[in-house]
Design a protein around this ligand. Structure first.
Ligand code: OKP
Ligand code: ZN
Length: 343
């Protein structure tokens, strides 16, 4: 299987993450990419290719223009306002505040466009997020052109990025941008299966009222886990999107037997939908040793997961989302891919 990769994703190196009342070294770090690409090389998964540049247009096909412009300039504006450190929000349009007014001040606007505060902006965030999207689109194009699977080693991840909100380490929704391009290229139906530990609230947001993208997500129950305010089982879509959004909230401690049961239900629904393309939002923070998650998957379970995905027989694009057990992220991600390849 081809891997699409660029060292330029590592240009984003935030120094702080707000985690439970203290600032820690960010979990979503550039070393994650090194570990995955090392493993791809070590086991000889296949050729590693650089992405091509697609520009802003495919981003603007799913994200709000003002949001994208905000991300482009936020770092410079923060500094120009005399603010120090990394841009981080401190106020939001919470209930009964005006959510329909966009402030001029950078401190106001960052709260308007952020959905959470753990993720700081830093120099080159916009550049890295663009490269991440280029990796996703390059992988997508390869799958569309050849029918062969491909892996996009995306970083930063994308699935929390909503139409006009960033957070949860995500800025541009790589999976959604890829799905939208596939549809614009003439496909009728695309399925996005999100197996990251966290609910893909951004992907759900973008396609919630549409029937041309089936979105399914297996994740930690939002009563217990980030993003807390979306990802419940009763969110099934709106309008003509009714029935095309499927959430599987699972309790902390979930092991592979329980998780695979939910996966099989999701795969049954994918089959019934008969998509021309499957995009897998591939997070491996379901791993038992993940530092911020609470599922109990083991490294060998990812091989089995890959085999089950392969059994669908649908052209498949894998895009990296989360996974923060840095020592094992390469093994776990590549296990899904080798399981898929049947090796
Ligand atoms: C991004 B992705 C831990 C809180 C978790 C943010 C999680 C973002 C996950 N104390 N905060 O992997 O889905
Ligand atoms: Zn996650």
């Amino acid at each position: 299987m081809l891997t699409f990769h660029s060292e330029d994703t590592k240009q984003r190196r935030p120094r702080i993450e707000l985690d439970g009342g203290r600032f820690v070294t960010p979990h979503e770090c550039p070393e994650r990419v090194d570990m995955v690409i090392d493993r791809v090389r070590k086991i000889g998964l296949g050729e590693i290719r650089a992405p091509r540049a697609y520009g802003l247009e495919p981003i603007l096909a799913v994200h709000d223009h003002g949001y994208v412009a905000f991300l482009e300039h936020a770092w410079d504006e923060w500094g120009a306002a005399g603010l120090e450190g990394e841009p981080i929000p401190s106020i939001w349009p919470a209930r009964r505040l005006r959510g329909d007014r966009i402030p001029n001040s950078i401190e106001g606007r960052i709260g308007y466009y952020a959905l959470a505060a753990e993720t700081t902006l830093c120099a080159r965030t916009f550049a890295a997020a663009q490269v991440s999207k280029d990796i996703a689109l390059s992988a997508l194009d390869h799958v569309v052109q050849t029918g062969e699977p491909a892996f996009g080693l995306c970083r930063p991840p994308g699935h929390h990025a909503a139409i006009d909100q960033y957070g949860g380490y995500c800025f541009f929704n790589n999976a959604a941008i890829a799905a939208q391009r596939a549809l614009q290229g003439g496909m009728g139906k695309v399925a996005i299966l999100d197996i990251d530990f966290h609910h893909g609230n951004g992907t759900q947001d973008i396609f919630y009222a549409r029937d041309d993208v089936l979105f399914l997500s297996l994740h930690g129950d939002p009563r217990q886990e980030f993003p807390y305010f979306l990802g419940f089982a009763d969110e099934t879509g709106r309008g003509k999107g009714e029935g095309f959004n499927v959430n599987y909230p699972l309790l902390g401690g979930t092991d592979y037997a329980v998780w695979a049961n939910a996966l099989e239900d999701a795969l049954r629904r994918v089959r019934a939908y008969r998509p021309e393309l499957l995009i897998v939002s591939l997070g491996v923070d379901t791993f038992e040793l993940d530092p911020i998650s609470s599922f109990k998957l083991k490294s060998d379970d990812y091989l089995d997961c890959g085999r089950r995905l392969k059994a669908l027989g649908i052209p498949t694009t894998f895009l990296l989302e989360g996974g923060y057990a840095v020592e094992e992220i390469g093994i776990n991600v590549v296990n899904v891919l080798t399981g898929f390849e049947g090796s």
